[in-house]
Ligand binder design. Sequence first.
Ligand SMILES: Nc1ncnc2c1ncn2[C@@H]1O[C@H](COP(=O)(O)OP(=O)(O)OP(=O)(O)O)[C@@H](O)[C@H]1O
Ligand SMILES: [Mg+2]
Length: 331
Amino acid sequence: MAPLLEINNLKTYIRQRQSEVHAVDGVSLSIEAGETLGLVGESGCGKTMTGMSIMHLLPNGGYIAAGSIRLGDRELVGLGEKEMRHVRGNDVAVIFQDPMTSLNPTMQVGDQIAESVRIHRHASKRDALQRAEEVLGLVGMPRPKERLKDYPHQLSGGLRQRVMIAMALSCEPKLLIADEPTTALDVTIQLQILELLYELKQRLHMAVLLITHDMGVIAGRADRVMVMYAGKIVESASTVDLFENMRHPYTEALLASIPRLDQRSDAVLYSIPGLPPDLSHPPAWCRFQPRCRYATTRCHEEEPLLTGSSDHQYACFNPVANSVSRVGSVR
Ligand SMILES: Nc1ncnc2c1ncn2[C@@H]1O[C@H](COP(=O)(O)OP(=O)(O)OP(=O)(O)O)[C@@H](O)[C@H]1O
Ligand SMILES: [Mg+2]
């Protein structure tokens, strides 16, 4: 069966006055129906721009310079705004880190959800409000009928995020892009929202692109993971395989920076030294090389391409060998 989403060699650039940022630089990925793919990496590595390329919601100056994005049997690259409006909401929906940027502060939450149902489903106002109440129930909103009349500022952060999820799911999209869906929430609410997303995905058989900088969010929730660094995918594997048998030094460093339960609370958490490269002038060799503890001369001369087996790929000349035992020594 063909995957639901198939991205091939996507290049998304952002034009600036003096230069052009290569935000996404040749990314390929695919997601099956009902599957969760985690996209992880540090801030600025191009995760959001990958998601926003699918939605055609790029910032000013942003454009898809090359590649293909197929959703089902449809090519999205080159699709006009009118057709994309239909794709957004009906086929693909997105939830962001901060619900306040997506919710209208002057509109009751019931009307906001109903409006999206009316646009996409051509439902009557009454039916749309009925659907709003139903999806608020689905996302675990207490007393959903009463909440319809609330304004966003009357709700807590966790409840607002539930409203965003309800809005995203109101038209039963085939693909949900969850971009740092819990980063702004405190830890217990984070867990509740992640569990809710997982349960909804199972129930609605949606595909999910789960974008996060936090490896801990991916663990146990994504079926497969792609690790992104400086606009490129540097490692891709099933979640279990990635955690047990990581091959890219960047993945190893990301995993080493997750806090562990068995760690002393006053222990200093590992942080990766140095900074990612400037994406308006990306180097022609390994982009992680200046920060890598295993780098050799070759890493500064050539760009490593993805290699390995079809279910575990990595872009590195000196892959981590016995990674499980090495994580401790990174600290
Ligand atoms: N509006 C913009 N104008 C110019 N450059 C931008 C804009 N938004 C993002 N970029 C650049 O594009 C690159 C990729 O950014 P992106 O937002 O995709 O990163 P990210 O991985 O989602 O990071 P974060 O974890 O911080 O959300 C970065 O180098 C960033 O500086
Ligand atoms: Mg982002």
